[in-house]
Design a protein around this ligand. Structure first.
Ligand SMILES: Cc1cc2nc3c(=O)[nH]c(=O)nc-3n(C[C@H](O)[C@H](O)[C@H](O)COP(=O)(O)O)c2cc1C
Length: 197
């Protein structure tokens, strides 16, 4: 077995290793709006849920002074709102396109030709045809080394009705996209083996 101490490798080597090992990662396609109304849409795969009874989700972005933050992080902190749109197979190309770095006053909704939907509890638009969108309000933000972890309480949910069976969302109907290491993506699919315990 090869073994190594991460502190003896370059930051790029360690990042590449961790992003290959922690896979597949879910993708939050996050829509936000700046304090002066400029909308933004970008994918974040350093994303997960934290609590469930009062659903709370998190994503991570590089930390820095406000003008150094990614637009998504700065908007979420400034407005205390963000929307997590779920990425399914039909969205891969448009989602990938929205990761392009474009000027703050230009919209990734226009760039990737993504239709906007209205939200109920937050000002930011949602992705109109996303399988699921979760409107969130800022719970907290935590500095972790060079990253900023942003946590949000889910306040309102939109689900594509065609995905519901007896009012419930079934995993077998939701082809969520995952991020792998390098430039690769995967799509969730169930295996013949099911959880036994
Ligand atoms: C699938 C995918 C996942 C990504 N995940 C993250 C992430 O977790 N954290 C991050 O800082 N950037 C992530 N990025 C890069 C951002 O999407 C990219 O920097 C984007 O331009 C940020 O946009 P913004 O400045 O409008 O917020 C990811 C990109 C892709 C394509």
């Amino acid at each position: 077995m090869h073994a190594f101490d991460p502190s003896e490798r370059t930051q790029d080597e360690v990042a590449r290793f961790v992003k290959t090992v922690v896979t597949p990662r879910p993708i939050a396609w996050i829509s936000t709006q700046s304090a002066d109304g400029a909308e933004n849409l970008a994918p974040f795969s350093s994303y997960n849920y934290v609590s469930l009874q009062e659903p709370t989700v998190l994503f991570n972005s590089p930390n820095g002074e406000p003008d150094e933050l990614k637009d998504t992080a700065r908007n979420a902190l400034e407005t205390e709102e963000f929307v997590v749109n779920v990425v399914t197979e039909a969205d891969i190309e448009r989602m990938d396109h929205t990761s392009a770095a474009i000027p703050e006053d230009e919209s990734e909704f226009n760039l990737a030709e993504v239709d906007r939907g209205e939200c109920e509890t937050v000002a930011a638009p949602r992705v109109a045809d996303a399988a699921v969108s979760m409107e969130c309000t800022l719970y907290d933000s935590i500095e972790i080394h060079d990253k900023l972890m942003i946590l949000g309480d889910v306040q309102y949910v939109h689900v594509d009705e065609g995905l519901l069976t007896d009012g419930k969302l079934d995993m077998r109907d939701l082809d969520t996209v995952g991020r792998l290491g390098g430039p690769y993506y995967t799509v969730s699919d169930t295996l013949p083996f099911e959880r036994q315990f």
